[in-house]
Design a protein around this ligand. Structure first.
Ligand code: HPA
Ligand code: ZN
Length: 332
């Protein structure tokens, strides 16, 4: 088996994908037409040309604009279903997807509308494609603590549907400390905890995510490399980092894939995983991310298998499920 064949054959779990970031322009146009809402682009080509980002914020502005066309439950279903079809193509057998309720509730869309559409797609993915999934609700960190508390309240009746809570949007200037009390309440209510930290923000934000939010995983975390003591801790605790290589390239977190630190972090014993983040905007889904790092960093078969194993180890699957998939990887 060559490397590309191995990448395709490996069962994989995706742990860092924003469902609103899987919104392909073709579907965006179709749903905009169906809902009779305007979008600020004349054609699919024009949309794709706008996907030229120079930092996180330049992406977020377009990402939130795209999400505005999502209005009824079926829209959220169609969005998630299209992503599950990509999972199926890429042999992603388990996914833990983020959704941003505030992006929708701010526009007058009911929390239930979002959740019911996503939940139904998750159920169909299990029965029709054999893909297991979990939902992780993210707080938008550029909004207030009070707003996050309100969002958490809305999620409480759905504790059995939402496995965890996370933190996303504009990182710099909005440190994890801003949401310490919200995450304490989320933990008391049994939610697992993740947070974006160390993407554009400094290593200090990763320390805060660990110490104040008490995360089960760090999303991105690539800037942890700047702090050797932090790296030591991440290794000792086997704290997973959900790394998103094509995202880091498109948002200029790295200048060149050959400089990406995922291999260095793997070599140092960190539990790093490969993820697509916002694949419709960043030029590729799971396997595209694997192909890009394999080529740029010369990854070998053992490293590719380790990355896939890490994705299950770092997941919120049961120990029995983790072992089942990891055994399949060893057998390849
Ligand atoms: N970082 C922060 N917020 C986000 C991202 C990201 O990469 N993608 C979608 N929201
Ligand atoms: Zn992200």
């Amino acid at each position: 088996m060559n490397h590309a064949e191995l990448i395709r054959a490996l069962p994989k779990a995706e742990l860092h994908v924003h469902i609103e970031g899987t919104f392909e322009p073709e579907l965006m146009f179709a749903i905009a037409k169906r809902n009779q809402v305007d979008i600020p682009f004349k054609s699919i080509e024009e949309v794709k040309q706008a996907y030229n980002f120079h930092n996180l914020q330049s992406f977020l502005d377009i990402y939130y604009a795209g999400a505005n066309v999502l209005i009824v439950e079926q829209d959220f279903y169609d969005l998630a279903w299209a992503y599950f079809e990509k999972c199926h193509e890429d042999h992603v057998v388990h996914t833990e997807m983020f959704f941003d309720p505030q992006t929708h509730t701010e526009r007058g869309i009911a929390f239930e509308t979002v959740l019911n559409g996503l939940r139904r797609a998750c159920q169909d993915a299990q029965t029709k494609l054999g893909i297991s999934s979990e939902l992780i609700m993210c707080f938008l960190r550029h909004l207030s603590e009070e707003d996050a508390f309100k969002t958490l309240e809305q999620a409480l009746p759905y504790k059995d549907v939402i496995v965890g809570v996370g933190l996303d949007s504009s990182e710099v200037g909005h440190p994890p400390a801003k949401f310490e009390r919200v995450f304490a309440k989320a933990r008391e209510n049994g939610f697992l905890i993740v947070a974006h930290a160390g993407e554009e923000g400094p290593a200090a934000y990763v320390w805060e995510a660990l110490d104040l939010l008490k995360v089960n995983r760090i999303d991105h975390g690539v800037r942890s490399e700047e702090d050797p003591q932090l790296l030591e801790r991440l290794v000792k605790e086997r704290m997973p980092l959900t790394v998103c290589p094509l995202s880091n390239l498109k948002l200029c977190v790295v200048d060149d894939m050959a400089q990406h630190n995922i291999k260095r972090l793997l070599d140092q014993g960190l539990c790093v995983t490969v993820n697509s983040d916002d694949p419709a905007y960043f030029g590729g889904y799971m396997n595209d991310n694997f192909f890009a790092i394999t080529e740029a960093l010369n990854l070998n078969e053992a490293e590719l298998k380790q990355l896939a194993i890490n994705s299950f180890e770092a997941s919120f699957l049961s120990e029995v499920e983790k072992e089942k998939w990891i055994n399949q990887i060893h057998a390849l």
